[in-house]
Design a binder for this molecule. Structure first.
Ligand code: ANZ
Ligand code: ZN
Length: 792
């Protein structure tokens, strides 16, 4: 028999699988349930790194397992190919972003194929191709008609170097996530999606999802629902009042001043009453320069200014209090005005220290708590008139109810979630299908004119000048492009019918496959991508396009594979492992299974070449075991039992993404079987089926070697073995009987059996008897519930 040659067999089977269209499922297969298995599609960076391999290997093990379990599995792939890096690389290398992207796609396709994954390439989507972004634009227009798109001038984060608006999450510690430049604020017109319309639904929907708890928590925090009250503080000598939003109505007797946000429109209306207006105006101008991150309270020192001539009345106790303007109060949250309680809020406390404002404690600290600083916790009320002595949680509701009854407050709910700005002042993205006419204003591009093709040059005049779809007069096209998160918010839908030129997707196909049964990808997408995709699904449902509520029923994140030195792989550390070289040398099967072996999928592990080599040795042993295969016969009872246990354990482990322990069950099995003189073919074939999800090529090669002359049937067209329940009873175990350390028999024994009884049972075995013959037993080594060894 030839040696194990991964290089030869891997290419061979990849070709056969493709030719036989093994992984191109149709919508309906009799007797099979559809299973939509999705990995997050890669960005066209140009190179598949080991992290991708880790992700796709584990995901593929799961997909192939489901296939063997009899599901009709759809596992598509594509590329997220619009975005800044292409543009930056294009500028750097003096080439068109399109050419750069296409070249990368070609290379990455080859790399992905080399893994031996079951992707259905006939459904491939590429977000920068017109046959895809046409539908991205189409969805924009549907959202526009539905009232989910609007245009507004907003203060945005502006990266002076990338010349683009950045979303808050693209600003890391005040700097551009991509280039590291300091982000400055700028007033810019842009298009927004009304994701806030769905805030409550996006929050509620999380409860029903089988997602990692941590990811759900991140989404909940991002949506940031706060329940509290809006309370009106009348102004002295003015007809108006200031409305604050608070989640701590219980602290109202501790309010010592109010703070209004610098952008608050009410400031302008109070201009004539504010005695120090010129100073205030200067402060407002300065505040407009600070970036959003600094404003969110991260700034070292708080700033602000008292509004001279203005004071407000606390509606709870009629006390007169001063009013400040300060930029730690944000305009786009709550009402943009707060009631400050320095005794019970850290930010207010810092501000009060700075301006020598009084503190008034209204919630008692628990005994033992230091009396210094602010106390933000709950406790018993004091200095709060009729509410003294109550627990603060209770007082919160009672004070709120009281003020509501008096007409001084109303219950209010606010969300941190903001509408989604989708305008990007970049070239390499889907053009926003809107036209501006000097007479008719903004007009949507008629659907029949889609796609609005991306010009070959950024902002070319020919692209810009067009005619108004309403009056036919000269008009200008929007030159902004869509945020690439828009592209990736709906690609899972397009996969089900990616070649359709008439529709975004046929309703029947949507019904057949969606929602996605399992979604696998990086934890870095826990917030934005997943939230946006969920929003799209809900909006598409309201458009009647889909009839489900959530796109991804189950979600799993992969862990990180660290470099050989145990730290994150990075070029600067020089610890990057290049998978391409390894495939050449060791084969994809070994890498796939080694990556799966490093740890539970969600935890990742450390890359070790010696580990990969160990995996190669294991696969060679599987290969060589074939020499022992006989057409008939039976394994020893113990080994039979072990096989049944392995089948059960592997199924369970794969289901919970513990591929590492699934593999070790197989390794234990192999070691045991190597002790047998003969392996029955039926058992060896089962072994191959169990191995197949991990090493599809090797398993296929060995499987086919038993099928010479028969009609082609892939091992992936067979079924995962069923284990025999009666053989894996929990109350028994396999007693290994050794003579001088060599396994001579394996016996079924009751759990907890004592040495004497075990010895008697072992000595009763015909095999053991024949090996022992007349030899005298010198010593007995007994390991409870495991083995008995006779030294002779
Ligand atoms: C009085 C108070 C007393 C507050 C106290 C807190 C503690 P969450 O839970 O995050 O929603 N706040 C309201 N609007 C704000 C704005 N535009 N900019 C900055 N801060 C704002 O936070 C709600 C609390 O954040 C509100 O409750 C308000 O301060 C502050 F012991 O009101 B609180
Ligand atoms: Zn017009």
């Amino acid at each position: 028999m030839k040696d194990y040659q991964p290089k030869e067999i891997e290419k061979k089977w990849q070709k056969v699988w493709e030719e036989k269209k093994l992984y191109q499922p149709v919508e309906k297969v009799k007797g099979k349930k559809n299973f939509y298995h999705l990995v997050m599609f890669p960005y066209t960076s140009g190179n598949l790194h080991l992290g991708h391999w880790y992700n796709y290997s584990g995901a593929d093990v799961y997909a192939r397992y489901r296939l063997l379990k009899g599901f009709n599995v759809l596992s598509p792939i594509g590329f997220d190919s619009f975005g800044l890096p292409a543009e930056n690389a294009a500028i750097k290398n003096q080439i068109n972003p399109r050419d750069w992207t296409e070249k990368n796609i070609e290379r990455m396709e080859g790399q992905i194929k080399s893994i031996g994954t079951i992707y259905d390439w006939s459904r491939e989507v590429i977000t920068s191709h017109p046959d895809y972004y046409r539908w991205t634009q189409w969805l924009f227009l549907q959202f526009y008609r539905q009232g989910l798109v609007y245009r507004a001038k907003r203060r945005v984060n502006w990266c002076p170097s990338c010349q683009t608006i950045l979303a808050n999450e693209q600003v890391v510690e005040g700097k551009c996530e991509r280039c590291g430049s300091s982000v400055a604020p700028k007033q810019v017109d842009h298009w927004l999606f009304k994701i806030t319309d769905y805030a409550e639904e996006l929050l509620k929907g999380l409860d029903s999802l089988d997602w990692p708890e941590r990811t759900k928590t991140m989404q909940r925090n991002w949506i940031g629902k706060s329940e509290g009250a809006e309370i009106a503080f009348p102004l002295v000598g003015q007809p108006s009042s200031l409305a604050v939003f608070t989640t701590r109505a219980d602290t109202i007797f501790g309010v010592t001043y109010l703070v209004i946000s610098p952008e608050h429109p009410q400031l302008e209306t109070l201009k004539s009453a504010i005695k120090n207006w010129p100073g205030v105006e200067r402060y407002l101008e300065k505040a407009a320069q600070a970036n959003v991150f600094e404003r969110a309270g991260q700034k070292e020192k708080k700033t602000g200014l008292r509004l001279e001539g203005i004071s407000a009345v606390n509606p709870a106790n009629q006390e007169e209090i001063p009013v400040f303007v300060a930029d730690y109060v944000l305009m786009n949250y709550g009402t943009g005005i707060i009631m400050a309680v320095p005794a019970h809020d850290q930010r207010d406390f810092e501000f009060a220290q700075l301006f020598h404002l009084p503190l008034k404690e209204v919630v008692k600290r628990p005994a033992g708590e230091s009396g210094l600083g602010t106390y933000e916790g709950e406790g018993v009320m004091k200095n709060s008139g009729p509410f003294d002595g109550q627990p603060s949680e209770k007082a919160r509701l009672e004070i709120q109810d009281w003020l509501v009854k008096e007409g001084k407050a109303k219950a209010a709910v606010h969300y941190k979630l903001k509408d989604w700005s989708v305008s990007r002042q970049r070239y390499w993205g889907a053009p926003i299908p809107m036209i501006h006419c000097p007479d008719c204003g903004w007009q949507p591009v008629p659907e029949k004119d889609l796609p609005v093709l991306l010009p070959s040059l950024a902002r070319s005049p020919e692209f810009q000048s067009t005619t108004c779809p309403r009056c036919g007069g000269p008009a200008k096209r929007e030159t902004d492009t869509l945020d690439t998160f828009v592209d990736s918010s709906w690609y899972y839908l397009r996969y089900v019918d990616s070649q359709n030129e008439e529709k975004i997707a046929e309703a029947e196909k949507i019904k057949a496959w969606l929602p996605v049964d399992i979604y696998i990808g990086g934890v870095e997408h826990s917030i934005l991508h997943l939230l946006y995709a969920r929003f799209f699904t809900k909006a598409m449902r309201d458009l009647g396009l889909v009839d489900f509520l959530e796109p991804f029923l189950k979600l799993r994140h992969q862990g990180v594979i660290l470099g050989p030195d145990g730290s994150k792989m990075s070029k600067s550390r020089g610890n990057v492992v290049d998978p391409d070289d390894l495939v050449e040398k060791y084969g994809a099967d070994a890498i796939r299974s080694y990556l799966c072996f490093t740890g539970p999928f969600s935890e990742g592990g450390t890359w070790k070449l010696s580990g990969l080599q160990g995996m190669v040795r294991f696969l060679r042993r599987v290969w060589r075991l074939k020499e022992k295969v006989q057409p008939a016969g039976e394994l020893s009872l113990g080994h039979q039992k072990q096989l049944q246990q392995a089948i059960k354990k592997m199924g369970e482990d794969i289901e919970r993404f513990h591929f590492n322990t699934a593999l070790s069950a197989l390794m234990i099995l192999l070691r045991a079987w190597e002790e047998e003189k003969q392996i029955p073919k039926k058992d060896y074939l089962q072994f191959l089926q169990l191995l197949a999800p991990f090493t599809p090529h090797l398993a296929e090669e060995l499987y086919q070697s038993f099928r010479a002359g028969e009609k082609f049937q892939s091992i992936f067209q067979t079924s995962w073995p069923n284990y025999r329940q009666e053989m894996i009873r929990e109350d028994g175990f396999t007693l290994v009987v050794q003579i001088n350390g060599k396994v001579r028999d394996q016996l079924e024994a009751p759990a907890g059996i004592e040495e004497k009884a075990a010895q008697a049972q072992a000595l009763n075995s015909p095999k053991v008897k024949s090996f022992l013959g007349k030899k005298k037993i010198q010593k007995v080594i007994f390991v409870k519930d495991k083995l008995i060894n006779f030294v002779v």
